[in-house]
Design a protein. Sequence first.
Length: 177
Amino acid sequence: MRRTQAFAGAALLGLLLLSGCSWFGASKPPQACPAAVILRPLANTAVFGPGTEARPDNVAFYGLLSEVDRNCDYTGDAVRMTLDVIVIGQRGPAAKGASAVDLTYFVAVTGPGQQIISKRPFSVHIMFQPDQIRAGVTDHILETIPLAGRKGSDINVLVGFQQSPQVVDFYKHFRGR
């Protein structure tokens, strides 16, 4: 009987020691990865044929930011983020045999109060086969974001197309086309 009680006591002590790290604060819960979102008003763009007005029949290509996936690792006072941004191109009526389009989008890091910490442009080149209407690429980006004492949950990563005044005006007048 004593031997069984001693074994049970040793097993209980072992369990307490194994779980003790979290009881005494030795391990912290992992920080959440900062949110990464596509800004919906800036998720679409248009590229117009050379020297043409900003009308739907003069669009050579449309661009769409389809999705952004993220992973992160915390190292010291920084977070290393891996972003996979899916960018879609679609031929418009004015494409006239063009086989590729270059699109530029940005990745901005904001802190509390939507204060911009950093903003960088990224360009993608999308190739089309002769009979292809839509094509896309996945752009793989590595970003190291200094936290400067902030928590990862205080940071947001925003993705959108950098819009020219011509494109902004186009979408004001021809929304949904």
